[in-house]
Ligand binder design. Sequence first.
Ligand code: MOS
Length: 726
Amino acid sequence: MKFDAPAKANLFDQAKIVGKSTPRIDGPLKTTGQAPYAAERHDVIANQAYGFVVGSAIAKGRIAAMDTSLARAAPGVIAIVTAPDTKPVGKGMMNYAPLFGGSDIHHYHQAIACVVAESFEQARAAAALIRTDYVRDKGVFDFPAVAPAAPLAKGQGGKPDTSSQGDFAAAFAAAPVKLDARYSTANESHSMMEPFATIAAWEGDRLTLWTSNQMIAWAKQSMSKILGIDPANVRVDSPYIGGGFGGKLFVRADAVLAALGAKAAGRPVKIAVQRPLMANNATHRQATIQRIRIGAEHDGRITAIGHENWSSNINGTDGEDGTAQTPKVYAGANRMTANHVAMLDLPEGNAMRAPGEAPGHLALEVAIDELAEKLGMDPIELRIRNEPEGTVPANANQRISDRNLVRCLREGAERFGWTQRSAKPGQRREGAWLIGMGVAAGYRGGPTATSGARARLGTDGRITIETDMTDIGTGSYTIIAQTAAETMGVPLDRVQVVLGDSDFPASSGSGGQWGAASSTAGVYAACVALRRAIGQKLGFDADSATFADGRIDAGGRRMALTDAGALTAEDEISFGDFKKGYDVGTYAGHFAEVAVNAYTGETRIRRMLAVCDAGRILNPLSARSQVIGAMVMSAGSALMEELAVDTRFGFFVNHDLAGYEVPVHADIPHQECIFLDTLDPVVSPLKAKGVGELGICGPGSAIANAIYNATGIRVRDYPLTLDKYL
Ligand code: MOS
């Protein structure tokens, strides 16, 4: 089914199941420990051996010699795969550093060997007996030192990643009110609860990977490319995932080493990457430095806005682009963005929840707060004054599909009690605690991607949906079941959803907050195909018939779906070119209230609120979980999270959950999330957009602005730890 024009009124507008708060259908399995995660697939394959990953002890250079003789003689050892004895395997899709093979070392804790043994403990003990001699090269590890000389990144079509409209320099110079400020954000770790994990098994030339991955079709293609085998001989299965946040968009060393280890051992091999390797063997969100210049009239209208960003990556090409949202959020005729990337020898930087926008908001939304103060304006009114109309501020050829940011801000202000905020900072005090309130706007795109599914009608009238879509803790099982139940006219408990298997039709996968909108549209397409198959079998025109209560009904004739017997249909949703004329975005008003200790500088978050505008909300319960989880993650970016770099030896020092601090829900006593009741007909037949990344775009800036409101001290270097306020 091709979606090639804005959606008209359809069955979802009278939905009884879609749009209703629905507990996760996979919840009981997860809370009772029965949902099998990748490392727990004892159910699918017998005779598993254990693989232990050895990481490089240097960041840059090469392996001069590796002696595995003691390790090979150790108890329980079955096989050892070493990098110098393996030709460098391909990079897969969108990996910026090779995952395994060869003697060259590109980053610290790059996988250099995998020991396979009868038990995990034996594999670990043997790994400690491997002796590796290195030749160390001088690497480049100090981002602030090299950032100023970093070249422009390559944007679309290999062109330098800059944009400009009007004459920024002249307009900024002429503006009566100016802001020019620099911000920095930290290197961050996904720190998902479940580390990378894979069980690999070969049957002849056919490889099966039970793994933890967000994008099954990509993983299948990547593994085929990396191992040089036919994609038809690769099966990937990932039904339950303990968090990904972008770190599992691509295959990693666990999948490659489990496959190579299983080949060498002649047995299935399981690898769960040990937590201390997760900081440096995994990907991370790169630190940024951002300079924002805004010129405005005295009435608050922005006349010039410039946003420059510096970040880094291991191959110097793809950085963390903090300017991503700036062309979209505020009006203003004269504009520029520029995105620079430095080459560093730190581990690979790659996508982490709302790549670009998450750190971009940490700078932009504080800059707007600073401008509001210079203007003597309320920061909400300043944002509303610069609301674009009709088209994207930086692209007059792109219409905005549906945008209700002003409502988000106004309704949020009302709900949060914004009038209690003192415009002047440092005015509210309760004992030792200074109290402040802050606001930020949020923008994140609402993209979609082709997504397929198979729908089966059983002889018992049950509907089964099969797609390689993943549920990374987001609620995919539930929204897909809701979509199928609604479309087929059966109760929710008559639908079974099976996900994450590459033998099923390829879906959009989970990433870029496109999963919810795309995968449900694909399931809708498959269900429409099944309705037509049923209609054909029973002599109905399915498109004009009503499907309800397990029956098909048209022209006074009514039959049970079970009368059709067993049927299977398959289809995918694809999205037409009409979308290129639109910017489909999601929007939020974020609010925070903090207390800052006047003596210690400690910040405590008292309340947070997000008012979100993301089209139809498919399941308010799981969408709320997405948003409040993202708000916690954004609070982490603002206050706590930072991978500390050892600039002498080139690695992230705090490589575990004791050293890398993340906030938890209990750190924030009151979190609320409100969804505006909107529809976006441009996005998909369901008129629904994702929210999983919207929630991390803005809350951290609202916290930063609240701290300023409490203390009168503006710190522009994240995380905003207490030492910076003393
Ligand atoms: Mo998201 S960073 O595209 O999983």
